[in-house]
Design a protein around this ligand. Sequence first.
Ligand code: F6R
Length: 607
Amino acid sequence: MCGIVGFNGKNKAVDILLDGLSKLEYRGYDSVGIAIKEKDIEIYKAKGKIVNLKEKIKDKELNGTCGIGHTRWATHGEPSEKNAHPHISNDGNVTLVHNGIIENYQELIEKLHKHGYTFYSDTDTEVLANLIDYYYKKYKMGPIDAINRTMVRVRGSYAIVVMFKEYPDELWVAKKDSPMIIGESKDGMYAASDVPAILKYTNTVYYINDMEAACLKKNKVVFYDLNGDVIKKESKKIDWDISSAEKEGYEHFMIKEIHEQPGVIEKTIHSFINDNKIVFNNIDRDELKKIDEVYIVACGSAYHVGVCAGYIIEDLSRVSVKVDIASEFRYRNPIFRKNEFVIIISQSGETADSLAALREAKKMGAKTLAVVNVVGSSIAREADYVLYTLAGPEIAVATTKAFSTQLIVMYLFAIELSRAKKQIKATEYKELIEEIKLLPDKTKYILDNEVKNIQKIGDKLSTFQDAFYIGRRLDYAIALEGSLKLKEVSYIHSEAYAAGELKHGTISLIEENTPVIGIISQEDIYEKTISNLVEVKSRGGYILTISPKKIDISKVSNYEIHIPETYKYFYPSLIVIPLQLLSYYISVSRGVDVDKPRNLAKSVTVE
Ligand code: F6R
């Protein structure tokens, strides 16, 4: 969604802002703008991409060392220069950028109209600039007082960076339910909605909580609570390295991140295994022993990890599992058992629905675990327990490496829970861990041996308009991910079906040459899926299969992709690699902007 960068320090702000915004492009945006403190605050905006803004300011002498920048993803008001941020109060006293949505903005506009304010844009953000200005002038108690009064008055979500005309050497930051970090380096202070924007300059960051504010001076940051009292915060180090946020010779981030998977899977496995035992620092077996039911809640691909985990946890630990989409869960009024354990899976740790689901679960008294990639994100901070995936920064909008590391964490959770519940013996526990440790090499094997074949088949399938993915149990769970990956990056309509469900309606859509991707890894039920594929083939379907070689599908399949063998629970980690590659190459073949598919945002921080 929208991206924010702010800088106050010794260097030219314009370069840092544009560079930072370019690192946030992956979040999706449709207009861009900056405000720089020169003699006065100067604002420049452009519709479309950052290059359009660069073109506009190329002849300007912008030497200011304090400024704010924003990439906007339109919610209220069409993408246009008028609606692009930064927004400014009526007399230019307050300039700001904002991520999030102000829900009561109409009511606030009416209030401000009565005090003579006028509005030039269609946004909810402009009201913030004028409301801060209103309180600033009414109470005459300075920036923190005006910001705090505004925070109390508005409803919705926001992360803002504000410049006050009368405080030219300060940036002010505040947030509620939208991500924001503060960076610190010897050259100055940074504000950003996401780590990659400032990783080039610093890895020392502060996390600001909801309903807190901060003042960024040139060489320090001061935090305030809602009473206006100063609060102390410790900085944290982020151990992502800058190269992981660059393309490093790959044509797209998506393919680079696909190829990073063996490495990040290995890192994640080793961060939780010590001496052949699973170590979840803060969750011990006694805690796990108490669990009566697991509820897994997430969005999109992270939800698909949850569906995979649901099958594995139930089968292995015999603990009942419910899996739900966060946007449904939060309004469902779910029924909890006595010792309910809610797991929220999220790459960004900022997805609005997942965060709301977490809060709902906590309110209802459940213990909560976050499986999250971004350290210090809201979901990570608010859950009772957190297990980090070590995928590093994921830039491509379509998740690949975060998905794979989430699977690993969920396998380990399932195994540890089963051991705590005494459902598996020590030998089985050890064997499962040994098998997980082989997954990095097995994923690498697929990447080393299958890319060319999959590229070829990708080219062939790129002209189709529809595709179907079928499988049973875990194969169905991973079919969901294959199908989502295809539609989001190639714009081909696709659906995933439990193989046995196909003939209850959907099979009527199969025509001559409709691609049907059959996923066949679960040995005890593979014959049933093969029967379903035969039914599809006899209606003209073009069958592509993904399976370990030992399962013979040559008579049914038009095109076979083979993966190495593993234990039944861990096949999703191997199957997903060809599925990702297939989507990637189909997308490239169709000329789609793979890393930034239309209408999508990396981190969905609004409902
Ligand atoms: C698909 C994709 C999305 C995310 C979903 C949740 O490729 O990336 O479906 O999985 O938006 O995002 P996080 O994991 O950040 O909560």
